[in-house]
Design a protein around this ligand. Sequence first.
Ligand SMILES: Cc1ncc(C[n+]2csc(CCOP(=O)(O)OP(=O)(O)O)c2C)c(N)n1
Ligand SMILES: [Mg+2]
Length: 665
Amino acid sequence: MTDLMMILTPGKGTGLRFFPQGRSEGLWSVAYAIGAGGEAKLSKTVRLTVGQAITKFLINQWTERDGVERRLISSAAGIFGHGNLSGIGQGIYECGEGIPFYQPFHEQSMVHMAVAYARRSRRLSTMMCTASIGPGTANMFTGAAGATIQRVPVFLLTGDHYASRRQGVVLQQLEHATNYDYSVADGLRTVSAFYDKIMRPEQIIASLPEAMRVLSSPAEAGAVTLSVCQDTQCEAGDFPVELFEKRVWHVERRPAEASQIERVAEMLASARKPVIVTGGGVYYSEAEQELRAFAEAFGIPVVETVAGRSTMAGESPMAMGAMGIAGNFAANEVANQADLVLSIGTRLTDVATCSQTLFQNPDVRFASINVAGRDAIKLGAVSVLADARAGLEALGAAARERGLKPNDAWRSEAIAAVGQWKGTAEPTLVPEVGKAMTQAQALSIVNGRARANSYVVAAAGSLPGDVNKLWDTRDGKLVHLEFGFSCMTYEIPAGIGLVMAGEKNVYVCVGDGTYLMNPSDLLVAARERLKLTVCVFVNRGYQIIRGLQELTTAASFATEFRSQDNQGGMKGPYLDIDIAQNARSLGATVHTASTPDELQVALDEANGSAGLNVVVIEVDPHAVSVGTKYSFWDIAPPETSSNPDTRKVRAAYDERRAAEQRHYL
Ligand SMILES: Cc1ncc(C[n+]2csc(CCOP(=O)(O)OP(=O)(O)O)c2C)c(N)n1
Ligand SMILES: [Mg+2]
């Protein structure tokens, strides 16, 4: 009998046996048995467990953009339990050569770390993260949601219950009433850009390439999750050797379609007050130079979303800084007046659009450049589906062809608005002798002392807003803000992720409430001897939320860190929390500061020291930073209340919403 005849003969008893004992047999193997030239041959196989095979596959995946190759999965992290220790865990141990392994202290933090790493790697490289079945997997949910919301690739490997079910209900199994095959891992379906459940070894041959495609796709990236049944992880299969060969995923720079470029160029040519909104997509595309050149050549002011903050870093007359609910006056003023808004690489959430109240020119029109269709059409934009850099280059060429010239009056108005904003903001940043520092003043000192070529990190509380609004990026100090998910506890692992991605000067800014939620990853930084400075701003509460409560309900409730009074109202004195001692116990060199002088000394010491430094900064609990008239954020106050002040707040909200909120279609 020839090999071919053997292959086409169904396996004895089991028609779909998976390469048993190293031989191809049965229907399934036919695809691998017919060579490219049509000749029949047996594919060479290698016998591995699923855990080993997944790792061996992952370490051979690369991305390539503009001719530069990088590992797609450049490191691994995991917390092991019974659901992943002997399968995936052993696989990483045995087959993970060439990539480092980081041991985190919380599954959620591990994913945050991977997100920051991937963002800094401009989505061309990321980490694999593994967690055990049940609570370990559930803990990854928050990180996964953050990744998918921000369109950032992370690869998650979770444990799952037994595929065979031979051992009965496994520890931590859900036992869903109507979907008995559901596990906790299925919860990740809702927050994953790609999800698959692996119940048989051979499934990974189809699943892994698709997972890599999504992971490396600029338009589709997010959390990519494989939940692998506990028994399947340890099962051996004979996998085709081709599965483990080096594979390079080309990351496209999607070119713009000429006709759409023409339409947008036409819109630009007829606009008197154009504005560019720059988002995270500009950063991922490495389009900063093209953006600046385009804006300066045609005199178009550029306003930055939170994810796009510092894409116009450096001196430029067209850099307006942060727009939106935590934007500055200048950026919001030009956005408010714009008759053409060209948004590039942005999701345009309510944070950017001030809940659709920011663009008030009655004739405003919208255009966009975006790789993702769902973002491209937002605000009814005429959309160019393209990579940010490719789109800007094409639009620049079309605009030059039309002889587009700056509108000098508009250009001057924009420059004047920046001057006006500085004149308002800068005096508020000077500390007053004998008064507690405000957070904004302390932040301004951190900004001044931060090294050139640095990143500041912030994510939740009042700090991301203040960094967004006030961080001076003119001398190239860059910003890494997470305000898509704005997840408390992103900050410290994100700082670690940036250092892992090669950054030397990272300043994490974190509120006391967020620090207390999970400081434990300081241990990772200490153990890995990472150079990282963490500034903890102590204002004794969830003060951003207290402020929002006051604004929307005219009362505050359970948002400060106070002891109980006798009425159970938590209105007693502030709790005495020793954050310095806590940070010291986790391996940090700690500095405390409650005056500008102390803060400067602390930051100089931190800059001069090699390892992990935590600077605990005491600030005025209730001071808020300078605002602008454009900061409407649609948080509805209660429609009825026994408190007359609450009713007044609602009436003012109704009025403003009716006057300013617009549908852009
Ligand atoms: C995980 C998570 N839980 C809850 C929230 C809602 N939230 C946003 S900011 C905040 C308070 C943060 O407190 P802190 O870090 O002290 O910053 P501050 O508001 O005092 O500036 C809360 C509870 C969130 N963003 N993330
Ligand atoms: Mg606080």
